[in-house]
Design a protein around this ligand. Structure first.
Ligand SMILES: [Zn+2]
Length: 96
């Protein structure tokens, strides 16, 4: 979990999980781009809208725009070096 400026993990071994760490670093980049607090507000608003739309916690979470970018790119080993500013906006237009 990313709580700016930290990444919190449940177990020390998770610090070695490069996919998880990359996912959380993407969230930290998103937070910086939105000056931190607005990121968390938008994240929550997006979740609430999705919760009504999908009527399901997991679906609502997976469709949060910031999660869509993070899950889509978490296995991309060069993503953090090539990511453009506000890259999460590209995920507004993607389907489902
Ligand atoms: Zn995430």
């Amino acid at each position: 979990m990313a709580v700016f400026p930290f990444i919190l993990v449940k177990k020390p071994s998770m610090k070695k999980d490069s996919v998880l760490i990359r996912h959380e670093i993407i969230h930290l980049r998103q937070a910086v781009e939105l000056l931190v607090i607005p990121f968390y507000i938008l994240y929550l608003v997006n979740y609430i809208i999705n919760r009504f739309k999908y009527n399901n916690h997991h679906q609502a979470y997976m469709h949060i725009i910031f999660e869509r970018e993070a899950y889509h790119q978490e296995r991309n080993t060069t993503y953090l070096q090539t990511r453009r500013l506000y890259a999460w906006m590209r995920y507004f237009k993607r389907g489902n």
